[in-house]
Ligand binder design. Structure first.
Ligand code: NI
Length: 172
């Protein structure tokens, strides 16, 4: 297992629609790396494009309770097949947009289907933080970031901040 570098916005790869995974069994090593990278960050979700792999694959673990067992999930080719009319607002962040947090409104519940690493078809209804997280990560697979839900001026301000951060990192 290895910790991978997480791409920081702006990056063309974060704006690209990712390709479907054709070979679920071949993704196990990447899934391990992505989970390790996510837990190390620390974060609750990570999409493959964030580590520069333009495949429809995400990992997440939204267990909040300190003493609860972890629930690492790996979703290949995830699809939202149902969304509730009821919405929820969460203050979202993103490992590709460090230290920026804004409220985003999304459906409160979603039903998602996906392929597991063993090739089996899975389906689950998510609510609460899990619902927000899975929608945020699926957006990544479509080249969409949570700041795309904000007003253009706010988005530009954040993008400039990230450009500055990247320049500073490159110099360090
Ligand atoms: Ni994100």
């Amino acid at each position: 297992m290895a910790i991978r570098d997480i791409l920081i916005h702006p990056d063309a790869r974060l704006k690209t629609v990712a390709e479907p995974v054709a070979d679920p069994g071949g993704m196990a090593a990447l899934a391990d790396d992505m989970l390790e990278t996510m837990y190390h960050a620390p974060g609750i979700g990570l999409a493959a494009p964030q580590v520069g792999v333009l495949k429809r694959m995400l990992v997440m673990d939204c267990v909040k309770e300190e003493d609860a067992p972890p629930r690492p999930m790996v979703l290949l080719n995830p699809k939202i097949v149902w969304s509730s009319e009821e919405t929820n607002v969460y203050e979202e962040g993103c490992l590709s947009i460090p230290e920026i947090y804004y409220d985003v409104e999304r459906p409160a519940e979603v039903e998602v289907t996906w392929t597991a690493l063993d090739g089996s078809e899975q389906s689950e209804r998510f609510d609460g933080l899990w619902a927000t997280c899975v929608q945020h990560e699926i957006d990544h697979l479509d080249g969409k970031l949570f700041i795309d839900y904000l007003k253009p001026l706010k988005r530009q301000m954040i993008t400039r901040k990230m450009q500055k951060l990247k320049r500073e990192k490159a110099r360090a």
